[in-house]
Write a protein that binds this ligand. Structure first.
Ligand SMILES: *Cc1c(COP(=O)(O)O)cnc(C)c1O
Ligand SMILES: [Zn+2]
Length: 374
């Protein structure tokens, strides 16, 4: 059963709604289901070891490439017990594979044969790959500015690529029009996506020896990592596995920071902003559809929403690369954010902190070359 986050109306899953008739986003109903270490399927590959934590996860047929169980790497940092979670090591090069593997598994089970999606690139590439495996036809709408690597990926997997001139929001509107006749599989609207994503947080907990970190750093456009994180840690808390939710620090680029602006002003919903260009293309969302939930989750965790300049993100990209991590500029935002949090005294000496590296730099070499000044 699905429930509207806005008016609480309930929907059957077989009717395959992508949002409520009131316009509100849907979530899987049933409340928090406790998850403990005894429920881990130790002989299953990747994120599917947590299938007992996924709604209907025990009965659905996984469309999978073994995504998940990515490395958690200890990283030297003054005063901190810091770890990087290398989710750019997923099959299509971004953490989106977690959400997509589960989303596509569920819609395949519901009999969907054709799907429309809009994406800044990584979600589209991931959807095209998993749809290819499930035998589902897909049409992916991306903004005209999307990195070449992601577009090439979508077409190689056999997805129909539609480049839309203008903003990310124009892309969404084009996809919604196309979805009038096809299933709209938008990962941002889907009630399933965040459940797949939450497995990154369950892994961090298990890889730390069944302990939650004190704080997490998560790049945020629509905020799926924030929402996934909350789903995971609430399930662990309900089972008595952890005493409290870790603090969540959601990170946005200065050029597109509606959640940061709302957080600073004490607003409950994303602020209306004038969007500027940013090198963090993966988190450039001016109108996050679940923004209200994301803001509430960050506040409840005792964390904050931060913003970083493109200059600082680019320096972060270089610093990460010099440490051996070749991520896309979007993901590099965790580096300046770590500095900012330390300087503002928000991370205390000796705390355990996890930062996720979300996407591979190999997809964005066209833009990286330009930034390197070649
Ligand atoms: C999608 C994406 C994010 C964050 O996603 P949201 O759900 O929009 O917050 C972060 N990094 C990369 C590389 C992404 O592709
Ligand atoms: Zn509703």
């Amino acid at each position: 059963m699905l429930v509207c986050t806005s008016c609480k109306k309930e929907w059957g899953e077989e009717s395959r709604p992508w949002r409520c008739s009131c316009g509100g986003p849907l979530v899987v109903g049933g409340g928090v289901v406790p998850f403990n270490r005894g429920m881990i399927r130790r002989n299953e590959q990747g994120m599917w070891r947590y299938r007992a934590a996924l709604p209907a996860g025990e009965v659905c047929e996984p469309v999978s490439m073994g995504e998940g169980w990515t490395p958690l790497v200890r990283e030297p940092w003054p005063g901190l017990n810091l770890f990087f979670k290398l989710d750019y090591a997923c099959p299509t090069g971004s953490y989106k594979d977690r959400g997509m593997a589960y989303l596509v598994s569920r819609i395949a089970g519901l009999g969907v044969r054709e799907v429309v999606e809009d994406s800044s690139g990584n979600a589209g590439a991931s959807m095209a790959a998993y749809c290819a495996r499930a035998g589902i036809g897909c049409r992916i709408f991306v903004p005209g500015y999307t990195s070449a690597g992601k577009c090439v990926q979508i077409e190689s997997y056999g997805g129909i690529l539609e480049r839309v001139p203008g903003s990310r929001e124009d892309t969404t509107r084009a996809a919604e029009r196309a979805a009038e006749t096809t299933y709209y599989g938008s990962h941002n609207w889907s009630p399933y996506f965040a459940h797949g994503v939450k497995t990154f947080a369950l892994e961090i907990w298990e890889q730390l020896g069944f302990r939650a970190p004190d704080a997490l750093l998560l790049p945020a456009g629509q905020g799926s990592l924030v929402l996934g994180c909350v789903l995971a840690f609430e399930a662990l808390k309900a089972a008595g596995e952890i005493p409290a939710l870790p603090r969540i620090y959601a990170l946005q680029p200065e050029g597109c920071a509606p959640l940061h602006s709302a957080f600073v002003k004490g607003m409950d919903v994303p602020d209306r902003i004038e969007k500027r260009e940013t090198i963090a293309e993966g988190i450039s969302s001016a109108e996050p559809v679940r923004g209200r939930e994301v803001l509430a989750a960050v506040r409840k965790s005792g964390g904050a929403v931060l913003s970083c300049s493109d200059g600082a993100i680019w320096q972060g990209f270089l610093a990460l690369a010099r440490r051996g991590y070749f991520v896309e500029p979007t993901s590099a935002i965790v580096f300046p954010a770590l500095r900012q949090l330390s300087e503002r005294g928000l991370l205390r000496t000796g705390e355990t902190v996890a930062a996720i590296l979300t996407g591979s730099g190999l997809k964005g070499t066209d833009k990286i070359v330009a930034l390197l000044g070649h």
